[in-house]
Ligand binder design. Structure first.
Ligand SMILES: C[S@@+](CC[C@H](N)C(=O)[O-])C[C@H]1O[C@@H](n2cnc3c(N)ncnc32)[C@H](O)[C@@H]1O
Length: 274
């Protein structure tokens, strides 16, 4: 029996917490969270990106031109730029590209070109087989038409492609706080296994490394309360009761006025040669 992994992906997305957004957030979500995102990856010295790139060290060459699709605050683009000739960093969020550019200046990096558009807005004829490596890290979960977009990623590369997505349960949101406030378990619901199998059914047998990673969320109590109110507002109405629950949770778990949380995730780095 042939398993339709594309349909399973679509179903998983429908079942995921993402489908439960109560408003259309899109790029606005990324713009609003840009500073926080950037602070988080800088606090760890771009460790997450370094860990992902480490898997690709044997294939990356100094003369490579790399496309980082959905680059965010430069999680991979900044460490990658130190290893290759040029990085084209694409993201629809202006806010994220601004913080990426700031980090590049701070690090004395001059070989990143930013492109402010969605991946879907890119004209295929302009990028066909243009890059030595196309990476897309923690981006694909946003795409319903996954097969089409994977095909386009494959076509934009002349050598290697790399897709990164978490494996198993994510810990990106405080699951304990979520279950208290939402009265149900937090389950992101999508992970790399669908991508791996979609590639497999198309004759692409990706190499996979599953990497343990961790990042630290750290904010003053007041900033943490603001941040979680903004986050939960995506999913539910922030009633006075929920406001109180967020505040109580953060105050209770803060130490010396700082709310700190280490988030642990497993990331699957899938890469293949054309
Ligand atoms: C979880 S972040 C990942 C950022 C970075 N690659 C990383 O691993 O930290 C998801 C990123 O996808 C970007 N994004 C959202 N829609 C997109 C689209 N249609 N095309 C390309 N990127 C998109 C967001 O702006 C955001 O930067």
């Amino acid at each position: 029996m042939e398993i339709n992994w594309e349909q399973l992906w679509i179903d998983a997305r429908k079942d995921s917490v993402l489908a439960k957004y109560r408003k259309d957030v899109g790029v606005e979500l990324w713009d609003r969270g840009a500073e926080e995102y950037s602070d988080t990856i800088k606090r760890d010295g771009f460790k997450y990106g370094e860990q992902m790139i480490d898997v690709l060290k044997s294939i990356i060459k100094p003369d490579f031109e790399v496309l980082d699709n959905g680059c965010g605050p430069g999680t991979l683009a900044i460490p990658l730029a130190k290893l290759v000739d040029r990085v084209v960093a694409l993201d629809p969020s202006k806010g994220l590209l601004n913080v990426l550019n700031e980090s590049a200046v701070e690090a004395g990096i001059k070989n990143i070109e930013t492109l402010n558009k969605t991946w879907q807005e890119v004209d295929d004829s302009e990028i066909r087989a243009r890059f030595d490596l196309v990476v897309t890290s923690n981006v694909l979960w946003q795409f319903d038409d996954i097969c089409k977009q994977l095909r386009r990623i494959h076509d934009a590369s002349r050598r290697y492609c790399c897709a990164i997505l978490h494996a198993g349960l994510t810990d990106d949101l405080d699951r304990d706080m979520w279950s208290r406030i939402m009265n149900k378990e937090y389950n992101f619901g999508i992970d790399y296994i669908y991508i791996y199998n979609i590639l497999y059914t198309r004759g692409i047998y990706a190499n996979v490394n599953v990497i343990d990673s961790a990042y630290t969320f750290e904010k003053s109590v007041n900033d943490a309360i603001d941040y979680y109110e903004y986050l939960f507002d995506l999913y539910t109405e922030i009633t006075p009761r929920i406001k109180r629950m967020i505040k109580d949770y953060i105050v209770k778990n803060a130490v010396d006025g700082i709310y700190r949380r280490e988030s642990k995730t497993k990331s699957a780095v899938m890469w293949w040669e054309k």
